[in-house]
Structure formats: structure tokens, C-alpha cells
Design a protein around this ligand. Structure first.
Ligand code: COA
Length: 165
């Protein structure tokens, strides 16, 4: 059974950070360098980084569990305007291809609707082919591209997709 629930405490957030480190070092190999993976995990997905996103930047996280085992996570942020930002959508490799991702995306849409938003947008690395396919299949539309300097000599080379609710 899949359970998707809001991360409410530090212990859960620390578990998400451990899972994030594992997933990032698996899924981004061949897309960005090992050095950039380490840099981005520390900057965006460490316990301290996520704690800061939650306390200072209006983010919140949802933990995805199958039979009580943490296997994925979602990071989102309601914007001040009518958009909802899907910042992170990550599922452990052992759980992929089974419909869990679609359930996660349905949950994102319902969270966005609960916040009164009209669209959900996200950024995805241009070379993350599978994620791009999943977003297109779900009904997201390509609206823009962005090259973002994230410091450390690294850039994020992304597509921006949007889904009308
Ligand atoms: C992105 C991610 C969450 C998707 O999860 P997944 O389990 O691999 O996704 P699925 O294979 O179940 O695909 C989801 C849906 O897209 C469909 N799909 C997948 N590949 C497709 C393709 N090439 N063409 C058309 N549809 C496709 C699936 O059929 C499924 O639809 P369904 O549930 O209605 O059957 C997962 O691959 C992941 O965590 N990847 C690593 C992290 C990552 O890249 N995250 C995104 C960062 S922006």
C-alpha cells in the first residue's frame, strides 16, 4: 500500500536526506558530473538545505512510503501568484515503473488545487529523458528553457514544464 504524507518532523526530514543522497547518486550519473551531483545534493537536498527551504522559503515535503518503507519524496512550494512549484519528484529505482509516480503526480495536483492554484510548473534537466517522457505523458507542456548558474562552476540546463489544473 502506498502512503503519501506531509513530512512533519526532523527525524523524517533526515530520512529524506539519506534517501535523496542515494537516489541522486544513482539517477544523475551520465547526466551531470559526480562533482555536480555532490554539490547539488549538499546545496538543495541535505537536511540543512531542506530545513532552510521549509522554514524560510515556503517549501514543504511529502514522504512516499510503501508498506511503511520510505521509497520516495516530493518537494513543493506554493508561489505567491497562482502557480504551484513542483521542486522535487523522486522515487527509489526499485519502485519505478509501477504506477507510483502517477499517484505522486496526482497528489501534487490535489495539493496545488487545495492551495487554490491554477497551474503546476517544474524544471527538469534537458537530458533527463525518462522524467521528461513522464511529464509529457502526464500532460505537462514545455513552456520555456533556463540555464541557471548555481555557483561552484556549475549550471542547471533545464526545460520548464507547466500543467494547467
Ligand atoms: C521521475 C520518476 C519519479 C518517475 O517514476 P517512474 O516509476 O520511473 O515512472 P513510470 O515509469 O511509472 O512512468 C510514469 C507514467 O508515465 C508513463 N511513461 C513512462 N515513460 C513513458 C514514455 N516513454 N512514453 C509515454 N509514457 C511513458 C508510464 O506509463 C506511467 O503512466 P501510468 O502510471 O499511467 O502507467 C522516477 O523515474 C525517478 O524518481 N527518477 C529519478 C529522479 C528524477 O529524475 N526525478 C525527476 C527530476 S525533475
Amino acid at each position: 500500500m502506498i502512503d503519501i504524507s506531509k513530512v512533519e518532523n526532523d527525524a523524517e526530514l533526515r530520512q529524506i536526506a539519506v534517501l535523496a543522497d542515494e537516489i541522486w547518486h544513482e539517477c544523475f550519473v551520465g547526466i551531470i558530473s559526480e562533482g555536480q551531483i555532490d554539490y547539488m545534493v549538499k546545496k538543495f537536498q541535505s537536511y540543512e538545505a531542506m530545513k532552510n527551504q521549509i522554514s524560510k522559503q515556503d517549501y514543504y515535503y511529502l514522504a512516499v512510503r510503501e508498506n511503511n518503507e520510505l521509497c520516495g519524496y516530493i518537494g513543493v512550494k506554493p508561489e505567491k501568484d497562482d502557480r504551484f512549484f513542483l521542486s522535487k519528484l523522486y522515487l527509489h529505482s526499485s519502485k519505478r515503473g509501477r504506477g507510483i509516480a502517477s499517484e505522486m503526480l496526482r497528489r501534487v495536483f490535489s495539493e496545488a488545487r487545495d492551495h487554490g492554484k491554477k497551474s503546476v510548473y517544474l524544471t527538469v534537466n534537458k537530458h533527463n529523458d525518462h522524467a521528461v517522457d513522464v511529464y509529457k505523458k502526464t500532460g505537462f507542456e514545455l513552456i520555456d528553457t533556463a540555464v541557471t548558474d548555481i555557483g561552484g562552476g556549475y549550471v542547471m540546463d533545464d526545460y520548464i514544464f507547466s500543467y494547467k489544473l
